[in-house]
Design a protein around this ligand. Structure first.
Ligand SMILES: Cc1cc2nc3c(=O)[nH]c(=O)nc-3n(C[C@H](O)[C@H](O)[C@H](O)COP(=O)(O)OP(=O)(O)OC[C@H]3O[C@@H](n4cnc5c(N)ncnc54)[C@H](O)[C@@H]3O)c2cc1C
Length: 393
């Protein structure tokens, strides 16, 4: 069966749904292909409150407003910081967040094609003209002028496109997390971040008075050195962590593990003739913090604007799509992530000694403290001053 659309988007996570919504609002025919709308993406669910500017309907969810952070060094030295600004982050359940974003795309006119796994391109005259899917009802083919790859870090299409190779384990972070329900003593305005002697960190994020997200990840070479399930169980059973969580009635309502790209945006591999990569598929996850929801949505929006211009001009060439990569906001994300990447070795040398130093300094110096909170709780870029103070300490 031949089904024709203007744009085919593979993956209805935050990046794909936002992209589909913007293109559909401009009046174009969009197919949004999703393997399973009931899959809860393994994620801490922390994102900036600016998500409400684009999705005010998320406000109806039961979420907590985060204005501070409780940080623990690898030896469990505790520091609590409150952000001074009016900014806040929010913690959400990804199943709820993703479905609200998908519904916004559907309301804008995108056609959601659920229960379909994109696995290859349809190629005519050496040109990628569509996407092949497998579904419980058999194989399908979706034709479109543009194909946007938004199906996350394990994207088959990204690899088959030839734009980028399959990621190796050292280029990734591997996380395991759970949503727990029960009595807890977590401050509802704080995230709890536990630094580790290895590359990665652990967290407890309160979702509401009865629920929290708890997890841990490693990245780079430490993916092979540490077993994610083992360090997860050690973390959740640590007495320091247990002090916040009642033993009696806490139960796991969902648990999963998943990787994410850890090396920043694939700046040389974001587009090709009639193709663009957005969100995790293109590496839009912040090194060190692992945050990717906000940048997934932003990359989806900018790819959509590029697609609308290409559709207006009926030009889907690589040259036309280059404006996606040269967009100022995309350039800013790339710069920000590069700077964070360059700090990884510095932070984690000698079993995280510089991270410990950073916390000590933050305890004494209020200006420095504000910057540390902004970096870890609100995803901001570390200032030159912050780096200088760490180096010279
Ligand atoms: C353990 C962990 C914790 C994290 N914590 C945070 C956090 O607290 N805050 C934060 O900002 N970021 C966090 N992230 C990163 C964040 O989850 C991602 O950056 C974000 O989800 C990227 O959105 P996306 O739309 O690009 O991809 P995804 O959210 O991965 O969405 C991809 C979509 O494509 C679908 N799909 C996959 N394959 C196919 C296929 N072949 N065919 C059709 N559909 C397909 C999937 O079902 C999914 O709906 C975390 C990641 C992990 C792994």
């Amino acid at each position: 069966m031949k089904i024709m659309h203007d744009v085919i988007i593979s993956g209805a996570g935050p990046s794909g749904s936002q992209c589909a919504r913007v293109i559909a609002e401009a009046g174009y025919k969009v197919a949004l292909i999703e393997k399973d709308v009931n899959w809860r993406k393994p994620c801490g669910g922390a994102t900036h409150s600016s998500v409400f500017d684009l999705y005010p309907q998320l406000k109806k969810l039961n979420y907590s407003k985060i204005r501070g952070v409780v940080m623990y060094s690898a030896d469990y030295h505790r520091l609590e910081f409150k952000g001074a600004s009016s900014e806040y982050s929010v913690i959400m359940d990804r199943l709820e967040l993703d479905n609200i974003m998908r519904n916004a795309a559907i309301d804008a006119g995108a056609e959601l094609i659920d229960n379909n796994i994109s696995h290859d391109f349809i190629i005519k005259n050496q040109k990628k003209v569509g996407v092949k899917t497998k579904s419980p009802n058999g194989s399908k083919e979706f034709y479109g002028n543009l194909i946007i790859i938004a199906d996350g870090m394990s994207s088959k299409l990204a690899v088959k496109s030839g734009i980028r190779p399959k990621w190796k384990v050292n280029n990734l972070a591997i996380g395991k997390c759970s949503i727990m329900e029960g009595t807890h003593d977590l401050g509802m305005e704080n995230v709890y971040v536990y630094f580790k002697p290895f590359q990665g960190y652990a967290w407890i994020f309160p979702i509401n008075k009865r629920r929290y997200n708890i997890g841990i990840f490693t990245f780079g070479k430490d993916n092979s050195e540490y077993n994610i399930h083992k360090i997860y169980y050690e973390f959740v059973n640590n007495p320091n962590v247990k002090q916040y969580l009642s033993n009696s009635d806490n139960r796991t309502i969902w648990s999963s593990s998943y990787p994410f790209p850890a090396e920043g945006v694939l700046e040389k591999s974001l587009f090709d003739n009639n193709l663009m990569l957005i969100g995790d598929a293109g590496g839009f996850v912040s090194p060190i913090s692992g945050e990717g929801i906000q940048t997934a949505v932003l990359s989806g929006k900018i790819a959509a604007e590029t697609a609308i211009n290409a559709l207006q001009d009926e030009d889907f060439s690589r040259t036309r799509l280059k404006t996606y990569r040269t967009n100022q906001e995309i350039k800013k994300i790339i710069r920000n992530f590069k700077q964070k990447s360059s700090m990884i070795n510095f932070f984690y040398e000698n079993n995280g000694e510089n991270l410990n130093k950073m916390l000590e300094l933050a305890d004494r110096d209020s200006v420095f403290r504000e910057q540390v909170v902004n970096m870890f709780a609100f995803g901001e870029m570390p200032s030159k001053d912050l780096i200088q103070k760490l180096i010279t300490k």
